[in-house]
Design a protein around this ligand. Sequence first.
Ligand code: C2O
Ligand code: CU
Length: 426
Amino acid sequence: MTWLTADPERPADVRVELTARQQKIAVPGGRAVEGYTLNGQSPGPEIRARQGELVEVEFVNEWVAAGATLHWHGIDVPNAADGVAGITQDAVPVGGRFVYRFEATDAGTYWYHSHQVSHEQVRRGMLGAIVIEPAEASIGSDSDVVALLHIYDGQHTLNGRAEDQRVAARPGATVRVRVVNTDNGTATLWSAAPFRVLAIDGTEVNAPSDVKNRRVLLAAGGRVDIAVQAPPDGATRLHLGGARSILVGDPEASEPPAPQPSDTLDLLAYGDPAPLGFDPSSPDRTFDYVIGRRFGIIDGRPGNFWTINGRMFPDIPMFHVREGDIVVIRIVNDTSETHPMHLHGHHAVVLSRDGVAASGSPWWTDTLDVFPGETYEVAFVADNPGIWSDHCHNLPHAVDGLIAHVMYDGVSTPFTINGDTGNHPE
Ligand code: C2O
Ligand code: CU
């Protein structure tokens, strides 16, 4: 897979160097914590590119003893730039570098994070936001701001600060709030004022309507872009994950918190239908991804481990596909916990949940919360050759075996997990 790269001759339009260190992170409004920084900060620098540009990130591991990588969560990069230790590269050792190159093909809100010992390195801050701005000015908002949620050692933060954030906007102006959930659990978003969900996991919703008296649930690893309108006077408060809010409008105004609505916006029926661009009704491949749990031993460690189709990691067969295939995956959650399922390198569209067909805007997702007892059918086009992780983004679950891979015919990897290499992607 090492040949699956962006055009090596093409010069970069956006160049960023990110240096990883193990050090104390300042948390304004809270207390400093031990963790991992990029260029001395966590979250790392917000990267912005315009659709069509070539992004080049030079990653330097200055002092992360276990090694580190960067994965571009939600961006359908060429496989060699996917950043998964032991699958698409070796973890970058202390003193090492790795260059990631990809075209910013799809506008949207994404994030990046380490994919080496990720349950530890992500929790402790080796992450940041990346936004791909549309080639043409976007509709539905006058300006935009990232709202990255992360819990640092019990402290709920918004863009790295343990405090609320204000966005100045004139009355009637609409701000696109790009919410990124970098934690291991579902985040809950709501507002007393009506708002719209402009995009889910980087893809625009077709004809989003006003959401009133409903909360939005955002999967761990997922993103939603929310249009918040500044009121005629004062500010609109958007609650982000229960502990933090963003206030849009008059920067001096105060706006009291609003109670959380008990009804949830159903994305299966939100917005208007539109063509998918492919026909999922007669797929080339259909796979089951049934999540269960049972007692077992992994690497000599006994415990209650997750199973996929009744099997335990690493004894989980690959999902084999061929380039051009239309693939349907049926995800079944036979456990009592929620699993935010994340497929690398592709966006899948939701076909149905518990037998109810999707009826709204095409719901394209890369990180889908599957709640206890639920069954989802999703479909994607196999248009990005490589070996791609398809795992739970509650990262402690991934460590305990909730990982499978989609593998294209004719693609293999020279990298290995565990053993002497020190690659531990989860
Ligand atoms: Cu956000 Cu496999 O990861
Ligand atoms: Cu899980």
